[in-house]
Design a protein around this ligand. Structure first.
Ligand code: AMP
Length: 281
């Protein structure tokens, strides 16, 4: 039975007792509406720790006023069952007032890594992410925390925050889970209508094209990006936000792919729905 905890005090008490009895805590932060991507993180956490804590909190701070905070899909009852089926010990499910009481005014920002890629389209997003993740780390005190490579920049930024602020938590990266046609799983995929859903596979197709070129030893970024654009543009409902080739350490743009150190990422709109995907080379 997964225990649902809604207050910070109770969550801290639970973690304190776990740590006193020398139990390791694996933590999976989520915004809920769980799918197999989330579950793969939970399964990994389950296999590596004594206790597994999943947080479910749609964090208003990481949404801009024009974004989908109000319509973001939520289904706590279904999430609770999925957590239970996957051996989660605690679901931390706080309310908004609990996390951001009136007069809340402290924020954490990883400055440079938050600027490019997603940061260009969503300038306040990562400040919201790092602030909530640091709060959750302080409340839950995990031994290990699990993040999907699906949100590559987020993972890189969290690692940097942990390094810069000397946090005692091991960050565990997890592979991207995909649907059978290749579309990366995302809670936002439910926004797609049938025609958009069938075309949404173009992100993965563009990444496959990049991989094909790199396998043929074509490393020039402009050539790769041009080919990826051609793939996306052959789908009439897709509108490219960005396609970029960056180094995985400092996220600077690369003129050429460097094997083992390159992130190829893209964001594509279908109507109002914005999908992201990436590949680590
Ligand atoms: P979210 O609920 O979207 O904030 O995601 C919570 C965590 O699940 C983040 O670390 C995501 O990177 C991860 N995640 C989301 N989708 C996937 C996926 N398709 N494969 C692997 N991890 C994912």
């Amino acid at each position: 039975m997964s225990k649902v905890i809604q207050t910070i005090d109770q969550m801290k008490e639970f973690s304190k007792n776990s740590i006193l009895s020398k139990k390791s805590i694996g933590f999976v932060p989520t915004m809920g509406y769980l799918h197999n991507g989330h579950l793969s993180l939970i399964k990994k956490a389950r296999s590596q720790n004594d206790i597994v804590v999943v947080s479910i909190f749609v964090n208003p701070l990481q949404f801009a006023p024009n974004e989908d905070f109000n319509t973001y899909p939520r289904d706590f009852e279904k999430d609770r069952v999925l957590c239970e089926q996957n051996g989660v010990d605690v679901i931390f499910y706080p309310g908004y007032e609990e996390m951001y009481p009136q007069n809340y005014q402290t924020y954490v920002e990883v400055s440079f890594l938050s600027k490019p890629l997603e940061g260009k389209s969503r300038p306040t997003h990562f400040k919201g992410v790092t602030t909530i993740v640091l709060k959750l780390f302080n409340i839950i005190k995990p031994t290990r925390a699990y993040f999907g490579k699906k949100d590559a920049q987020q993972l890189i930024i969290i690692k940097k925050m942990v390094e810069d602020l000397n946090l005692d938590v091991e960050i565990v990266p997890c592979e991207i889970e995909r649907d059978i046609d290749g579309l990366a799983l995302s809670s936002r995929n439910v926004y797609l209508n049938a025609k958009e859903r069938s075309q949404a596979v173009c992100l993965k197709k563009a990444l496959d094209k990049a991989k094909e070129l790199i396998d043929a030893k074509i490393y020039d970024s402009q050539t790769i990006i041009k080919n990826m654009k051609d793939v996306i543009n052959s789908y009439d409902l897709a509108r490219i936000d960005y396609i970029s080739i960056n180094s995985t350490d400092c996220l600077s743009e690369l003129k050429e792919v460097v094997l083992g150190k390159t992130l190829i990422s893209l964001a594509v709109f279908f109507g109002k729905t914005r999908l992201i995907d990436n590949m680590w080379i």
